[in-house]
Ligand binder design. Structure first.
Ligand code: PGA
Length: 250
């Protein structure tokens, strides 16, 4: 039985004071069980987030990390330090990072290894462009991204991580993939993990859908058999919407 995981991806929004205000607004209102609620905050807000999460059922995520623990890498964030801060998850391979910061499949794979070595859980993003979808390349493209990201990981490591399917054409556009479209690709990702590893690993790995998820469509998406969660950008910035998302079962 896979525990649903709803993660807010704030992207480059909110300062520490705004983070504090958001956390005050959700205090005492998060589900105690049955779903994992996660916020992926900008690095500058992670301190505020980890303090709050000590007393609340909220998991914490960074939006990126480097693959080396320390050294002369100006501007990068150490996975070792994120782990020491108590961060639970790290989002890697987001399409914005791939597009604007030239993150490659190989980088994503190195980051996945570093995050796991530092006892955190990667949330590995994958997804196709509109051109790739229209050309009928979605499944092969996404399977290729997943295979490259998981290279060298054991079946146990893969069973414990999270894969986020985020069609690029649905991110921040208001265009959600239909629940059936999202299910089709999430199902294909699970098949890919089964082929690369085994059935037990495929049944264990959690797969999120991301791309214009909001309170109005979360229930329908979460009802699909291979969708175990959401990675939510815009709608996670508002505390009421975030609460509605994580309480989708009520
Ligand atoms: P969105 O972003 O919910 O604003 O579409 C999703 C994401 O990029 O993680």
């Amino acid at each position: 039985m896979r525990t649903p995981i709803i993660a807010g991806n704030w992207k480059m929004n909110k300062n520490p004071e705004q983070t504090q205000a958001f956390l005050e607004a959700i205090k005492g209102k998060l589900p105690e069980s049955g779903v994992e609620a996660v916020i992926a905050a900008p690095a500058v807000d992670l301190n505020a987030l980890t303090w709050f999460s000590k007393d609340e059922p909220l998991k914490t995520a960074a939006q990126n990390s480097y693959w080396e623990d320390e050294g002369a890498f100006t501007g990068e964030t150490s996975p070792k330090v994120l782990s020491e801060m108590g961060i639970d998850y790290v989002v890697i391979g987001h399409s914005e990072r791939r597009e604007y910061f030239h993150e490659t499949d190989e980088d994503v794979n190195k980051k996945a290894h570093a995050i796991i070595k530092n006892r955190m859980t990667p949330i590995i993003c994958c997804g196709e462009t509109l051109e790739q979808r229209e050309a009928g390349d979605t499944n092969s493209w996404v399977a290729g991204q997943v295979e490259a990201a998981l290279k060298g990981l054991t079946d146990e490591e893969v069973g414990n991580l999270v894969i986020a399917y985020e069609p690029i054409w649905a991110i921040g556009t208001g265009k959600t993939a239909s629940a059936d479209q999202a299910q089709e690709v999430c199902g294909h990702i699970r098949e890919t993990v089964k082929k690369l590893y085994n059935e037990g690993t495929a049944e264990k790995v959690r797969i999120q859908y991301g791309g214009s998820v909001k309170p109005a469509n979360v229930k329908e998406l979460m009802a699909k058999k291979d969708i175990d969660g959401g990675l939510v950008g815009g709608a996670s910035l508002d505390p009421e919407d975030f609460l509605a998302l994580v309480n989708f079962q009520n």
